[in-house]
Design a protein around this ligand. Structure first.
Ligand code: SAM
Length: 247
């Protein structure tokens, strides 16, 4: 999925800059050391690199890091698993987790490990796009879950992001939520959902025959409901940053 990641999951222009502005405004030092963990192909890296920040990107996937490096040659990249980070205690002032928690492998071990690498008064910034409950993505995901349940497959029963954010709220109670951007888009079509979701971390774990059958049924259903796979209604999306501060 690495080469197509940014194309399938574009962020509106200006969002990476707002992420940097918001986390820097919350930092306890003027020149914070930033770890972009689960950095993927570098979707939010630009403003940090352009400003010459002390920025390190880490990801488990070499494919993602390869795609990152092709766009930002001089960036400091490290292949690392969030559950065993190769950094000393208190090595960073800001850890970014952008669109990471819902697919973070081993979050129960990863979160204490992340907290260990943050300096006192440092922050974890969890970023995510929030789409409407009745939007194309939410409706299709619920329908896909029903179809997969009828095939005795339950990839969405676990809710790692909710559980992980619950853990963070409990252990780092000084936190705040910032909506840093809102935009309206009609690009969330059934076809875009099936391309994006079909290449996502959780769907990829389903046996390939089951996955193909479920997607074919979903597309047939979406065709009827929306009158075509390319039909999209304008929907409001927002980008939310939840900031957790270490004591
Ligand atoms: C949905 S992508 C988000 C990438 C990037 N933060 C962005 O917003 O464009 C999630 C990333 O988390 C990485 N990831 C998942 N589990 C990880 C782990 N245990 N340690 C490090 N990276 C992990 C994946 O390889 C993937 O690149």
């Amino acid at each position: 999925m690495a080469p197509a990641f940014n194309r399938r999951r574009p962020l509106p222009s200006g969002v990476p800059e707002k992420i940097r502005d918001t986390v820097f405004a919350s930092a306890h030092t003027k020149a914070p050391r930033v770890l972009d963990l689960g950095a993927g192909s570098g979707r939010v890296a630009g403003p940090f690199l352009n400003a010459g920040d002390d920025y390190t990107a880490a990801d488990l996937s070499m494919g993602m890091l390869g795609a990152f490096q092709r766009q930002h040659e001089s960036a400091r990249l490290i292949q690392a698993d969030a559950t065993v980070l190769p950094f000393p205690d208190a090595a960073f002032d800001i850890v970014l987790l952008v669109q990471v928690l819902s697919g973070l492998h081993g979050w129960r071990r990863a979160l204490p490990e992340i907290v260990r690498t943050i300096a006192p008064a440092g922050i974890i910034a969890v970023g995510r796009v929030v789409s409407p409950d009745d939007g194309v993505d939410a409706v299709l995901k619920a329908k896909l879950a029903d179809i997969l349940a009828s095939l005795e497959t339950f990839p969405y029963r676990d809710k790692p992001r909710d559980d992980a954010m619950g853990w963070l709220g409990l252990h780092l109670p000084a936190n705040s939520v910032h909506t840093i951007a809102r935009w309206t888009t009609a690009e969330r079509t059934p076809r875009a959902f099936s391309e994006r979701h079909g290449s996502g971390a959780r769907f990829s774990k389903i046996a390939s025959e089951t996955g193909k059958m479920a997607m074919a049924r979903l597309e047939a259903w979406a065709n009827e409901r929306y009158g075509g796979l390319d039909a999209g209604e304008p929907e409001e999306h927002r980008f939310e940053l939840s900031i957790y501060r270490k004591n």
